[in-house]
Design a binder for this molecule. Sequence first.
Ligand code: ADP
Length: 399
Amino acid sequence: MKVLVLNSGSSSIKYQFIDTEKKIALAKGLVDRIGMTGAVLTHQRYNDEKIKIVGEILDHQIAVEYVLGVMLSKNHGVISDKKDIEAIGHRVVHGGETFSDSVLITDEVVKVLQDNIELAPLHNPPNIKGIQACQRILPDQPQCAVFDTAFHSRMPPKSYLYGIPYELYKKYKIRRYGFHGTSHLYVSSKAATMLNKDIKDLKLITAHLGNGCSMAAIKNGVSMDTTMGFTPLEGLLMGTRSGDLDPSLILYIMGKEELTLNEASTLLNKHSGLIGISGESSDMREIIAAVNDNQQRAKWAFEIFCYRIKKYVGAYTAAMGGLDGLVFTGGIGENSPEVRAEVCKELEFLGIEIDDLKNQNSDDIISKDNSKVKVMRIPTNEELVIALDTARIVSLSNN
Ligand code: ADP
């Protein structure tokens, strides 16, 4: 099946047009700066040069029209008719408790997503805009929502309940949901293939380290715990997000700095993490450059970033009663030997032994041959998971 995968953000839409049989992206691209000056579409066909189209792209609907236009275009296109897009798969960040699997989009589903906006105020509204734009522009194609939260939906209550009155969970659905589910699912099943084992026999820790960062403890193929929680703010230190902290310090800062709820949210989501500590950048490449330049705050940011990951490796090994494989993925996990080395340093007692050369070379398996725990570097492919799941759900609905 040929599936158009859309990841709609507040001012951008990433897309890939994927052939699910061949498992390749026939085209991919990004519409950036939607609603701003300098909006631009970057498009690339499989094995072809990148092209850029600048335009007045005022909203998500116009952005999807641009994507369709370039996909149909004579010189850079990959389809000759709208009908060649057999289905559309949308990344949707928060499925709440309603969706534990991907779902065919109906008006009813859109309504539930709208009802869930409170759970993901930054992410779900643009996801819904992308869906509604497609409903208008491609009304005959089936659309599917694939949720970041779905892979974590089988966590046990001991992982997902917080230590607050149970009534608040019942009333407001306040619980750990977990995110980056498609990535954790993809790299964990890849890891099983690489180790030539059945995932049902493995205890894995996956670390998705991008701008947002999360880890998952995956036992016998099931996510049994994950670092992100009710929102993507909890857990690891991230580019601009604080990750774990003492909840009472939020109240303290709000009082001291006279912050509103919105301002406090912005502080923790946009001005904390690597940028907050270093004062330099939220980009790990720039943090590492500043570390090499001996800048103390960047050094702390780097150390805290890696230390938190290390702590969760220990915690999740204990939670699962052992560990067979540790996977690094995401922009940082895939590309930074420095981070991987720092995380794995002195974890030999857990059976984690990195091979420095393999790590520097960014091999698939970067642990020593005799390391009890295999450490892997696996490029994630969330779009492929979304495309395959969309094909599965659409085929099911056709039968
Ligand atoms: P997103 O979460 O937005 O999808 P990515 O997975 O692309 O983001 O990850 C972005 C992060 O990856 C940035 O912090 C960037 O600095 C980091 N990154 C990319 N390449 C490298 C590299 N060679 N070394 C260290 N960090 C890198």
